[in-house]
Design a protein around this ligand. Structure first.
Ligand SMILES: [Zn+2]
Length: 205
């Protein structure tokens, strides 16, 4: 395992709140216990951007949800948790998504997508201790994280970062009112040098 990497308290907090929303209080407790995170039961990290949480713990919480449902069932649950994570983050701590004060209404849909993705990318670098960048191609945006909690998870035979997929899906829905088929096309836990998320410019019909 690489040396641990700190992340803001609020990032882990909203993930745990989202897990509890999707799995219920007892499900969340079971996941925290099995993930070696029992110290967080009834004691979620504070809602601030101090670097008091860690990539290890964030990854362990995701891994425990995956283990709870099994690899086949976990994908849909992790995406739901990611969607809830975006909603809570936007309400509780929009700074870590870079969305504070963002006015979208005047923009066309394509510009809204790009604007939100750019904000998320810069907040990821500035506040979340990720190494993120955004690439645009004619048909899609690619959101790239060169660091990811999945570096502290076991190796996977397929991309595993479905929480982030859910976060990006919900972000695009919030920005445009439409659903997009976001995919993680490369993943550190699957041997790639970065986690790469493709966000197509065309919504699902
Ligand atoms: Zn990944």
């Amino acid at each position: 395992m690489p040396e641990d990497r700190p992340m803001p308290n609020a990032n882990l907090r909203v993930l745990l709140v989202a897990i509890e929303e999707v799995m219920g209080e007892n499900g969340a407790k079971a996941v925290l216990n099995s993930g070696g995170l029992g110290r967080y039961i009834g004691n979620y990290p504070p809602n601030n951007t101090e670097l008091g949480a860690s990539f290890t713990d964030y990854g362990a919480a995701q891994q425990a949800v995956e283990d709870f449902y099994g690899p086949r069932g976990a994908r849909a649950m992790l995406i739901r948790i990611g969607r809830a994570t975006f909603r809570y983050t936007r309400q509780e701590q929009p700074a870590i998504l870079g969305l504070a004060g963002l006015a979208l209404k005047a923009l066309p849909v394509g510009a809204r997508m790009k604007s939100v993705l750019e904000r998320i990318t810069s907040a990821a670098n500035k506040d979340v201790n990720l190494k993120a960048h955004l690439r645009e191609e004619p048909d899609a945006y690619y959101y790239v994280n060169e660091e990811c909690p999945c570096r502290w998870r076991p190796e996977h035979d397929k991309p595993a970062c479905f929480v982030t997929v859910g976060v990006l899906q919900e972000a695009m829905l919030w920005a445009t009112g439409k659903n997009y088929r976001v995919e993680e096309v490369a993943c550190i836990s699957n041997g790639a040098s970065a986690c790469v998320y493709r966000v197509p410019k065309q919504p699902i019909e």
